[in-house]
Design a protein around this ligand. Structure first.
Ligand SMILES: Cc1cc2nc3c(=O)[nH]c(=O)nc-3n(C[C@H](O)[C@H](O)[C@H](O)COP(=O)(O)OP(=O)(O)OC[C@H]3O[C@@H](n4cnc5c(N)ncnc54)[C@H](O)[C@@H]3O)c2cc1C
Length: 461
């Protein structure tokens, strides 16, 4: 094969992770001759399936996740300012709600802890005259909004502020440096600027990485024109759910697995969900609400009986779109086992009914749709994850090889800071305090292995 091409850096994967890295290398650091390779159109595998939400509200241990996200949100806000908010960034917040009085107590502790990690001040609203003031979110703006969280522990106040929530709701935590944006616009903006700085996009499949003597020498790519070799000293694995396949090309086994996550796009023509609502998350596990006849039917059918069992916490929704849009995005990750990344992902025909029923626990007025549900659109993809739900960003144990992956359910919000962090590793810049928390080599530390045994909340939605 003629050795007719060279690049300084080859990035495998033009999802949000690969694009953010190309942007930070070329636009922010002036690195020349960066080549981005993808066998699909940019952003089309996982990065366009996201709920496009962001938050700085992350559990510990340590402040690495809060710091990474705060940095990423700083960068998102800068890009929104520079582009007349082309990325449609809002700051509506995440509304975590519970009907369990014990969880209300946990909210108090968790809020204090996450605040201490750097997510901002917590304000408690208990119905007393000493309560701090509550500033509702501006639905389409992100400037001059509160930080931290407002915790409501008084049912009367909850009813006043969030009348659509179930009357069973006993506590609500409104995390404020959170909201959503257009991930597609973010990705395209970074890609356009990177290409203007000379980043090449090659439509093709990376078939192999040449890493003789434990040192990256180049890649073999299959394009429509045939096979070609690109000589390069630096190779970045940004292959999303296919990260293990690409890792194997370097002879590496990575501690990463995939979970299937689906998403429902539902037309709320009865206008049950206020168009200016925040992201709403129900934090309690639940059983679905079936009629007696339905229970009798389900109990008899071994293939359907699981619908009578307990479903996990974390069901969530948010309104989507502007103007006349009636769309509401609804998600519930009740299948959380690791699976091979089959593309396109398999269907789950029960998903719409299960999700809608689950959400009637949170927003009872959604029951109006149970007998006649508008035809929903379903899509989804894979959360590519490590055990403790933290990403892999940094060098690999092959000279010149790097990874930016395992971005789980937070890859869009994390991409600006994750791309910046990887570009800093490659350019040899000073690294932020949170860098070590995302290295692959963290797993070599026996103390870290021990922490993994009792990790606790991984902050997944
Ligand atoms: C249902 C759902 C909801 C989500 N909600 C949110 C959310 O609200 N907020 C948020 O921040 N994140 C969310 N996420 C997560 C986010 O979408 C992902 O973390 C992010 O898109 C991962 O980006 P990536 O670039 O790592 O992977 P991808 O977007 O999958 O990109 C990887 C690319 O690598 C390419 N590739 C792989 N192997 C090769 C090869 N050998 N040769 C050439 N190309 C190759 C693929 O074609 C693909 O284009 C959600 C995800 C899902 C599935």
């Amino acid at each position: 094969m003629p050795n007719d091409k060279t690049a300084n850096v080859v990035i495998c994967g033009a999802g949000i992770a690969g694009i953010a890295t190309a942007y930070h290398l070329s636009v922010e650091r002036g690195v020349k001759n960066v080549t981005l390779i993808d066998e699909r159109p940019p952003l089309s595998l996982t990065s366009d399936k996201s709920t496009e939400a962001y938050r700085n509200w992350w559990p510990g241990p340590g402040n690495a996740m809060v710091s990474l996200m705060n940095r990423s949100i700083d960068l998102l806000e800068d890009m929104a300012r520079q582009s007349d908010n082309r990325i449609l960034l809002n700051r509506r917040g995440y509304l975590y709600a519970t009907g369990n009085p014990q969880r209300a107590e946990i909210y108090k502790q968790a809020a204090a802890e996450i605040s201490r990690l750097g997510a901002g001040q917590v304000r408690f609203h208990t119905g007393s005259s000493d309560d701090p003031s509550y500033i509702p979110a501006a639905p389409h703006d992100f400037e001059d909004q509160p930080n931290g969280a407002d915790v409501f522990l008084d049912q009367e106040l909850i009813r006043q502020r969030f009348p659509y929530l179930s009357e069973r709701t006993v506590a609500v935590l409104h995390a404020r440096r959170c909201g959503w944006f257009s991930g597609q616009q973010l990705g395209m903006m970074m890609l356009e600027e990177a290409r203007a700085q000379g980043v090449q996009f090659i439509s093709g499949r990376v078939e192999d990485v040449d890493a003789r003597n434990n040192c990256v020498q180049g890649v073999r790519v299959r394009t429509e024109q045939g096979a070609e070799r690109i000589a390069a000293d630096i190779f970045i694995n940004a292959a999303g759910p296919l990260v293990n396949e690409v890792g194997a090309m370097l002879g590496l086994e990575l501690p990463v697995f995939n979970e299937l996550h689906l998403k429902l796009n539902f037309s709320d023509h009865l206008k049950v969900i206020p168009r200016d609502a925040p992201m709403v998350i129900w934090e309690d596990a639940q059983k679905l609400n079936w009629s007696m006849e339905e229970v009798d039917f389900l109990v008899e059918d071994p293939e359907m009986r699981w619908l009578l069992g307990k479903f996990p916490s974390g069901i969530h929704l948010r309104p989507e779109g502007h103007g006349e849009s009636q769309a509401v995005l609804m998600l519930w990750d009740y299948h959380k086992e690791p699976v091979p990344p089959i593309i396109p992902p398999p269907d789950d025909p029960d998903y719409p009914e299960v999700v809608l029923r689950g959400l009637t626990t949170v927003v009872p007025a959604l029951q109006a749709y149970l007998n006649r549900m508008p035809k929903p659109m379903i899509d989804g993809g894979y959360y590519t994850k490590t055990k403790e739900n933290r990403p892999l960003i940094g060098p690999l144990p092959v000279d010149g090889a790097y990874i930016i992956s395992a971005l789980s359910g937070y890859g869009l919000m994390a991409a600006p800071a994750a791309g910046e962090l990887l570009a800093s590793h490659i350019a040899g810049d000073a690294l932020p305090d949170y860098a070590p928390a995302f290295l692959l080599s963290r797993y070599e530390d026996p103390a870290y292995q021990q922490m993994l045994e009792n990790w606790g909340d991984v902050g997944q939605l």
